[in-house]
Design a protein around this ligand. Sequence first.
Ligand SMILES: Cc1cc2nc3c(=O)[nH]c(=O)nc-3n(C[C@H](O)[C@H](O)[C@H](O)COP(=O)(O)O)c2cc1C
Length: 176
Amino acid sequence: MKHIIAFAGSNSKNSINKQLAIYASTLVKDVEVNILDLNDFDLPIYGIDYEIKHGIPDNAHKFLEHIKSSDGIILSLAEHNGAYATVFKNIFDWMSRINGKLWSDKPMLLMASSPGGRGGTTVLDIAKGRFPYMGGNIVADFSLPSFNENFSEGKIINSELNDQLMKQVVMFNKNV
Ligand SMILES: Cc1cc2nc3c(=O)[nH]c(=O)nc-3n(C[C@H](O)[C@H](O)[C@H](O)COP(=O)(O)O)c2cc1C
């Protein structure tokens, strides 16, 4: 059976993006899902001096292996000050030092959510602009605005937004 990974670009224990990534993963048909958490891949802050002195830490290699061995990726990005959350940018930078095409052409459902009305679209647009240069194969994307109003007990409760996500999941499913 095909297997996908799902994770959030966040290190929050109660990450809303992790909740969204998990929910989206339950909608994908005929795949095994491996939920990953960036908290399990602790890394020093990227710096060229650290890299020269110590090399690239194992956790960057380990996460990249999860990507490479998967058949698809569900990623939901947290937005911090209109950009990637630090923990995501950090592992992204470390992995890019191993392989500039780190996303390995794996079909990706790329999402973002925030408690605000823009639903993380600023960071989503940044990633949509950048990932294709780095082996990214974004086959579907989705933003969930006003998370606290639209998500409850593990699922999207606004039917219009849920239908939007379902369409994106179908597209993702076709490509996995
Ligand atoms: C430092 C910081 C900056 C933030 N900046 C933004 C922002 O630019 N846009 C936004 O919609 N929400 C912003 N937020 C709110 C986050 O969207 C919110 O904390 C959300 O829960 C983060 O996702 P997560 O729960 O998956 O970590 C910010 C939060 C923090 C702590």
